[in-house]
Design a protein around this ligand. Structure first.
Ligand code: SAM
Length: 211
């Protein structure tokens, strides 16, 4: 048994009890060692269902949020997924462990570099770059799914444009204090959305985000 295996198992059971049902997501979150993605100062709190600071005034998202948003993308092997807001790299690692081809963008280069090291050591199929993710990553578009892990003032058109027909988008939208999670499918070129309350994110900063 590895370090924290028991704690991780308990977290997965908690996610199940909170309504996460996608076995691909639960299995991947059982495999990915969240304690490697948190600031080592908080290693003993890695399997609490809480966001934790990761430096640069940013956070690793709460496990329930990661599970909910990942499930909302309906992830499958070989799906091409764009993530805006690499942060610790944990969300990207969960998607890559499911078997998705992951592209991720982070504006804080120190966070990007730490996440890249983790992707390399764990041989995860993740392409990561620094920059403003609100404009997407056109070179690799279109994507089967796009996940934005920071709160936006509105849905950037650039991201909808880079989504495949039938593709899924998960993005928190609102003001800087409170957001709703918007989950959408691109149908006949337009996004059909549903809105879910009760999530809180750091702000998405960039050309099509906050100043
Ligand atoms: N997915 C991350 C994880 O698993 O740790 C969560 C990271 S945190 C909640 C959101 C991240 O979005 C922060 O690291 C922040 O720097 C980043 N961010 C904010 N605006 C951005 C932008 N325009 N482009 C890329 N990253 C951005």
């Amino acid at each position: 048994m590895g370090r924290f295996d028991t704690e991780r198992k308990e977290l997965i059971e908690l996610l199940r009890s909170k309504g996460i049902t996608d076995e691909n997501v639960l299995t991947a979150m059982m495999k990915v060692e969240r304690h490697l993605f948190v600031d080592q100062m908080f290693i003993n709190r890695a399997y609490e269902d809480n966001a934790l600071p990761i430096g640069s005034e940013q956070t690793i998202s709460q496990p329930y949020t990661v599970a909910f948003m990942t499930q909302a993308l309906r992830p499958k092997k070989e799906m091409k997924v764009l993530e805006i807001g690499t942060g610790s790299g944990y969300q990207a690692a969960v998607l890559a462990t499911i078997g998705c081809r992951v592209f991720t963008i982070e504006r804080h280069l120190s966070l990007l570099n730490s996440a890249r090291k983790l992707f390399d050591v764990q041989q995860l199929r993740v392409a990561a770059k620094g920059g403003d993710g609100t404009v997407g990553w056109s070179e690799h578009a279109p994507y089967d799914a796009i996940i934005v892990t920071a709160g936006a003032p509105s849905i950037p058109d650039a991201l909808v444009n880079q989504l495949n027909e039938g593709g899924r988008l998960a993005i928190p939208v609102g003001n800087k204090e409170a957001q709703q999670l918007i989950v959408g499918t691109k149908i006949s070129g337009k996004l059909q959305t549903e809105v879910i309350d009760g999530f809180k994110f750091v702000p998405l900063i960039g050309k099509n985000g906050w100043n």
